[in-house]
Design a protein around this ligand. Structure first.
Ligand SMILES: NC(=O)NCCC(=O)O
Ligand SMILES: [Zn+2]
Ligand SMILES: [Zn+2]
Length: 457
């Protein structure tokens, strides 16, 4: 007897599209075959007319993270609940190393916070803020613990997060030695500071000046610098939230030359343009790097189609509108970050449904590549016998208009308000358990498990 059978659906993976029935036992996919009509199950779902997809893995979230003078407003519970409702069954959250703190200690602290709250499975990346010799050595213990990705920030000096190039390169070299990868937030801090100083002196304080203080060139220089070091030392690199054309071009060049350079972009860069910063509520869209112009947006979509953007992730880091309002009269006081954990997969699948990319490509960048590149495939990121039964049933005919009222996070607005999607997830299963059912979260907090990732080869 199976625990769950999903019948008559069209299964879509990164590589294939085919009609099949799926049998699930003990949280794992046990069988995928043409027909399971003869098999009994505790729960049978008829997916006729619908697609069955692997759950997405969001490679970039900031849940209840102290940042921007406050704490990002989705707790682990709210963020993972919203993830489940958008078809995301694993989140990779950022742990920020405290000064003087060990990496495993930092991860264990956040894990303890996350564990009783998580509604879907989770892993962590560790952001390095204090790279002592002991911490460099500890990269190995972190990898043994299941964390094979370290992050450095090339900006955020006053927040105490920024590292210099020496730290970045040391981290990159050590990461390669232990089977890990360094990711970077790439922007040039000095030029941004200069721009900010000048704008504030001139009384230019609207959110539009957030964009103008860190436009394409401010990101492109840092993308190129990070890639330069990765190439010079022949070490792996992951650029998070890539948002500009020049950076995209440099990633493409490095990859054509055979370097292990991977780029991630986010739905906000693919859907909106910098015009949003001119709006009265422009502060709600303030994130760093800021959303760029249409040329950059086109370049990012082309990068996805070519395969030079490997991952789409959210950088989910929302703040309540009263917190965004702190920057009504001074863009430097707006906490940086946008929401998206519930929107990424539905948005990318909707773009597939409208013909911009294939469904296989949407699955590849939102799910399969994340699992493969961060060491948790084939447990996650695909539909195959033995893989976790993290499954999404998707209705391609459904029309869905995003509104704060139909989102499941704790934030009091959404930048995605009014956006109409073609097709939408109707059910999400996490390890075989139904956690989202037609608009309702039906999972439970504490269900999510830590995903131990294996070293990269
Ligand atoms: N992106 C952003 O504005 N906030 C979250 C922190 C980060 O990723 O830089
Ligand atoms: Zn960042
Ligand atoms: Zn981020």
């Amino acid at each position: 007897m199976m625990d769950l059978i999903i019948k008559n659906g069209t299964v879509i993976t990164a590589k294939d599209t085919f009609k099949a029935d799926i049998g699930v036992r003990d949280g794992k996919i046990e069988v995928i075959t043409r027909s399971l009509d003869q098999m009994e199950a505790k729960q049978i779902i008829d997916a006729t007319g619908n697609y069955v997809l692997p759950g997405a893995l969001d490679a970039h979230t900031h849940l209840e993270m102290p940042f921007g003078g406050t704490v990002s407003s989705d707790s682990y519970e709210a963020g993972t609940r919203a993830a489940a409702c958008g078809g995301t069954t694993t989140v990779f959250d950022f742990v920020i190393q405290g000064k003087g703190q060990g990496l495993v200690e930092a991860v264990e602290g956040r894990r303890a916070l996350c564990e009783p709250q998580a509604c879907v499975d989770y892993s962590f990346h560790t952001a390095i803020t204090d790279l002592t010799p002991a911490v460099l050595k500890e990269f190995k213990q972190a990898v043994d613990y299941g964390i094979n990705s370290f992050k450095v920030f090339m900006v955020y000096k006053k927040e105490g997060l920024m590292v210099d190039d020496g730290v970045m390169v040391r981290a990159m070299i050590r990461a390669k030695e232990v089977g890990a990868r360094v990711s970077v937030h790439a922007e040039n801090p000095d030029v941004i500071d200069m721009n900010i100083e000048n704008f504030l002196k001139e009384g230019k304080t609207h959110a539009w000046y957030h964009y103008l203080s860190r436009p394409e060139y401010a990101e492109a220089e840092a993308d190129k610098r990070a890639i330069h070091w990765a190439k010079s030392f022949n070490v792996p690199l992951y650029i998070v939230h890539l948002a500009c054309k020049e950076g995209m071009d440099e990633v493409t060049r490095a990859r054509q030359e055979g370097y292990d350079v991977i780029a991630e972009t986010c739905p906000q860069y693919l859907y909106f343009t910098n015009e949003v910063y001119k709006r009265e509520d422009g502060r709600n869209f303030v994130c760093s790097p800021p959303i760029k112009g249409p040329e950059s947006q086109d370049a990012l979509w082309d990068g996805i189609k070519r395969g030079d953007i490997s991952i789409v992730a959210t950088d989910h880091c929302p703040f309540q509108s009263y917190e965004k309002d702190w920057g009504k009269d001074d863009f430097t006081k707006i906490p940086n970050g946008c929401m998206g954990v519930e929107n990424m997969y539905p948005y990318m699948l909707s773009e597939a449904n409208r013909g911009r990319i294939s469904f296989n490509k949407a699955v590849e960048v939102c799910s399969t590549n994340v699992a493969q590149l961060f060491g948790c495939a084939p447990q996650k990121g695909t539909i195959a016998p033995g893989s976790d039964a993290d499954l999404v049933i998707y209705d391609p005919e459904k029309t869905y208009v995003i509104s704060k009222d139909n989102m499941h996070s704790d934030v009091d607005y959404t930048i995605w308000e009014g956006v109409e999607l073609k097709g939408y997830p109707v059910m999400t299963f996490s390890r075989g358990k139904l956690v989202y059912d037609n608009g309702q979260f039906v999972g439970e907090k504490g269900w999510g498990e830590f995903v131990k990732r294996t070293p990269l080869t």
